[in-house]
Design a protein around this ligand. Structure first.
Ligand SMILES: [Zn+2]
Length: 296
């Protein structure tokens, strides 16, 4: 589940490895991953990679000549760089960029590392093929609907949350809404609400000023802490399974790391929220709000 911290570390590692490198060829073996046809992907050949960066949960790879690849990994995608052309020959690669050795290589690989071409691959795991790629003119990037509709970044400088979340919707829903605030998904939202000691069902509009400030601190602590953790533990190629330093999400049934109460899980719409009843809901056990029940 790549969310802001996972996409951020991917962008950082790829930026340091690829900045200055020249793209030899670009292919999209799974046609449905590529959502644009003009300019064609072959336009990237011969261009230099000028930056790899993140916006929300999106990756952006910029090239010389004013082109940009906009990539969304969705729930099961990874953007992986293989040193040689000996990466896995599998059917999970949705985008293949063959990259010549570039300016960044000497620092990254050390002296003596040959000018070995490398492959940047968008691979997708699981049954759903949902990750997507757009090749756009860099000047039009910010107007693309995927980016133009994003809310402010959740990290490193989120705006004050009292106004941003002032709506009659549960915090759990608001924080994951990319149009409200960009970067948080179903894993990190559990950690954030647990850190802030707030109920996932509390309505954004009901936040006291002090709670809103606490929640903002929790957003920064959870996301910033995860990025710092990945800086220490993750290297290229990004592993198929990125070990996320989660303490609450998917830990239902285990003791709360803060108070030792058993963490609970509640079904909300089509997924599962983990929380601590003592820390977050005044001891109350939350009731399921399954989508199937709401629709009835
Ligand atoms: Zn607790």
């Amino acid at each position: 589940m790549p969310e802001l911290p996972e996409v951020e570390i991917t962008a950082r590692l790829l930026d340091s490895a690829l900045r200055g490198a020249v793209i030899e060829s670009a292919l999209a073996p799974g046609i449905n991953a590529l959502k644009t046809f003009d300019p064609p992907l072959s336009e990237l050949s011969g261009r230099q990679i000028t930056a790899v960066r993140r916006r929300g949960k999106h990756l952006i790879l910029q090239s010389s000549g004013g082109l940009a690849l906009l990539i969304h990994l969705m729930s099961a995608g990874r953007l992986q760089l293989y040193d040689k052309l000996a990466g896995p020959r599998d059917r999970t690669s949705r985008l293949l960029l063959r990259v010549a050795a570039g300016a960044g290589d000497a620092d990254a690989a050390g002296a003596g590392a040959a000018a070995q071409p490398r492959e940047l691959r968008l691979r997708e795991f699981g049954s759903k093929q949902a990750a997507w790629v757009k090749l756009l003119a860099a000047a039009e990037l910010e107007q693309d609907a995927a980016l133009a509709t994003l809310g402010p970044e959740a990290w490193p400088e989120p705006p004050p949350l009292a106004e941003l979340l002032d709506a009659p919707r549960p915090l759990h829903t608001l924080l994951r809404d990319q149009h409200v605030i960009a970067g948080i998904g179903r894993s990190w939202v559990d950690e954030i609400l647990w850190l802030a000691r707030l109920s996932p069902y509390k309505r954004g509009g009901d936040l006291e000023a002090e709670e809103a400030a606490r929640l903002r601190d929790a957003v920064l602590e959870a996301l910033g802490g995860a990025i710092a953790h990945y800086e220490q533990t993750v290297q290229l190629p990004i592993p198929d399974k990125l070990p996320m330093p989660l303490r609450v999400h998917r830990h239902q049934g285990e003791p709360c790391p803060r108070c030792a109460t058993t963490l609970q899980a509640v079904h909300f719409e089509d997924y599962v929220i983990a929380y601590c009843p003592t820390c977050q809901t005044d001891g109350r056990v939350l009731k399921d709000r399954r989508l199937s029940r709401l629709l009835r």
